[in-house]
Design a protein around this ligand. Sequence first.
Ligand SMILES: [Fe+2]
Length: 302
Amino acid sequence: MLDKLESSLIVPMEHNHPLPKPTDPAVQLSGNFAPVNECPVQNGLEVVGQIPSCLRGVYIRNGANPMFPPLAGHHLFDGDGMIHAVKIGSDNRVSYSCRYTRTNRLIQEAELGRPVFPKPIGELHGHSGLARLALFAARAEIGLVDATRGMGVANAGVVYFNGRLLAMSEDDLPYHVEINGQGDLKTIGRFGFDDQIDCPVIAHPKVNPTTAKVDLEDGTVSEFKYGPGRFGGEPYFVPEEEGEDEGYVMGFVRDEERDESELVVVEASEMKQVAAVRLPERVPYGFHGTFVSENQLKEQVI
Ligand SMILES: [Fe+2]
């Protein structure tokens, strides 16, 4: 009966007016914002140039990647969290994988085979938004969905804290994701900091404010251009040695004309590209990233 209510009342209500661009999935998920499938570990990637030895470890980037096509309104920020991981070993040996973070909402929707949790930005507007909330409350009441273990998407921030990789969005506790020896990712579950926290946590924590200095000493600013038709996301600075200003800036770059995705590594003081990893699959534009060194991985809590 609730499904009938959804299809005969709420969906027509949502389709009654044309969606504005900020909640229109045709706009929000167009081009390289479109979701991709999970990718198991792909080894032996082609590398142009030489990746510096201080970058042995795993570059991680979080992003939104809706598992199901939206029924109506959808904003980019509503998508399920997906982490892309590039593992860098010695002598330019690089692998890539991407995995959904298995949030409580994703697990339940995967079991049901359809989206049932409300999308806070894309759906919850006006009368149809209220109707969606009421429908969700009714489904929770009869036990079809369980919202008591969190409703977050874990798609925005990602940080390596005290031996744990944590994927976070502003609407829930972080999710602990394990990085295995092959560079694959496995969701362990919601992380409450050993039961010290039981409320949503910001998605942009500052772990170490002393190591992210990338502007130049003399106050000048230099830039690196990816080239025509090539677009990057938020770059991540990795110091050559802990606490140093010298280091490398890395991030995913999309070549829209060649239909290719790369991980580009730029030497920070000269702003000169030193390496590019050709990725085997398209990597959508996303949000925040981090780098976990080989040594940090050895101390990972499993
Ligand atoms: Fe953010």
